[in-house]
Design a protein around this ligand. Structure first.
Ligand code: NAP
Ligand code: ZN
Length: 350
């Protein structure tokens, strides 16, 4: 076991502050990683403030962070995929049984035994797992991803959650040239959804509550921007979308987006507001619309996404911050004031 410096929150109202956590010695299947950058996902904020208490209560102290990139410093004796010096990533999961039907189908994210990177039972050390706002992490090699060498590391970190969470449903629902795609919410997930859909050749429209994000949306690859509070703008697009990706982190009127779908169009929720959303039957019935959800992606697909981003030179647009600014970043994230992902430079923790 070794000690690692980290940032943790002691309660749902406490700010994140420096602490020391234990990390296990690598078992034969593990790699040890020196963390270089960690993205700040809105899920970190939901978890730190215990907003998902009903579904996955937060165990304190919590060390968040599941958009991790770093350099391998040590590998166990049975590790075959990686060697010290390799640049790698770790996303939202660090373990699963790898034997169930979900794992066999490469959907580790749906394995009943899957262990999240933070706030899940730690079967090695007891207590709960601790995430990427820390100097080091030790992870089974199956859950470690290779980061393409051409990608900027600060901007690559958010691919490990925001990238895969948008890529997976975008691929599943066949986003491609000739399709009209909507992305609701231009934050961390939303801006990745725009970049990926654009790279696949789709016509992309952003729905935003923030008119000041319009120029950025177009620069990021959107073909048009719809200010969702403007009823006239919304009216024009009714019944025209093949696919809509909803990334909104708070309660909102989903029916107004379901009304945007064309016949057989699908709206996929990836945003995870704590409160239930009201769905009007008539928003689905007319036009045979479907509403679904999606959770991150399996390990094979996460590597596919990273390789896709490598080929297309896609990274997140990041504001790189020292970890001492993390509480300020959370306050801005809560106000949708982010351009478009915070990425923590872990050198600031030393
Ligand atoms: P984020 O950067 O804060 O972006 C969310 C965006 O939603 C905001 O930038 C804002 O965009 C819009 N928004 C915020 N409040 C709103 C409101 N009241 N009404 C309408 N729009 C609003 O968050 P994120 O990191 O992208 O995460 C988004 C959500 O996805 C979170 O709930 C997170 O927990 C969840 N998530 C899910 C998965 C999964 O596997 N399903 C993975 C990661 C994250 P505009 O300013 O453009 O309106
Ligand atoms: Zn996340």
């Amino acid at each position: 076991m070794h000690k690692s410096k980290a940032f943790s929150a002691a309660s749902k109202t406490a700010p994140l502050a420096v602490t020391t956590i234990p990390r296990r010695d690598p078992t034969e299947r593990d790699v040890e990683i020196k963390i270089l950058f960690c993205g700040i996902c809105h899920s970190d904020l939901h978890a730190v403030r215990d907003e998902w208490n009903e579904f996955m209560p937060t165990v304190y102290p919590i060390v968040p962070g599941h958009e991790i990139v770093g350099r391998i410093t040590n590998v166990g004796s049975a590790v075959t995929k990686y060697k010290p010096g390799d640049m790698v990533g770790v996303g939202c999961m660090v373990d699963a049984d790898l034997t169930c039907n979900q794992c066999k189908a490469e959907y580790e994210q749906f394995c009943p035994e899957r262990i999240l990177t933070y706030n899940s039972p730690d079967k090695h050390l007891g207590g709960v797992t601790y995430g990427g706002y820390s100097e080091t992490i030790v992870v089974d090699e199956h859950f470690v991803l290779r980061v393409p060498a051409n990608l900027d590391l600060a901007g690559a970190a958010p691919l490990l959650c925001a990238g895969i969470t948008t890529y997976s449903p975008i691929r599943h629902w066949g986003v491609s040239k000739g399709k009209k795609v909507g992305v609701v919410g231009l934050g961390g997930l939303g801006h990745m959804g725009v970049k990926i859909s654009h790279a696949l050749g789709a016509h992309v429209a952003v729905f935003t509550t923030s008119p000041e994000k319009k120029e950025d949306a177009l620069r990021l690859g959107a073909d048009e921007v719809i200010v969702s509070r403007n009823a006239n703008e919304m009216e024009k697009h009714q019944g025209t979308f093949d696919f809509i990706l909803d990334t909104v982190c708070a309660k909102h009127d989903i029916n107004s987006y379901l009304a945007m779908l064309a016949r057989d169009g699908n709206l996929t929720l990836v945003g995870a507001p704590p409160e239930p959303l009201n769905v009007a039957a008539f928003a689905l019935i007319g036009g045979r619309h479907s509403l679904s959800g999606s959770s991150i992606g399996g390990i094979r697909e996460t590597q596919e996404m990273l390789d896709f981003c490598g080929e297309h030179n896609i990274t997140a647009d990041v504001e790189v911050i020292p970890i001492q600014k993390v509480n300020e970043a959370y306050d801005r994230l809560a106000k949708s004031n982010v351009n478009y992902r915070f990425s923590i430079d872990m050198a600031s923790l030393e």
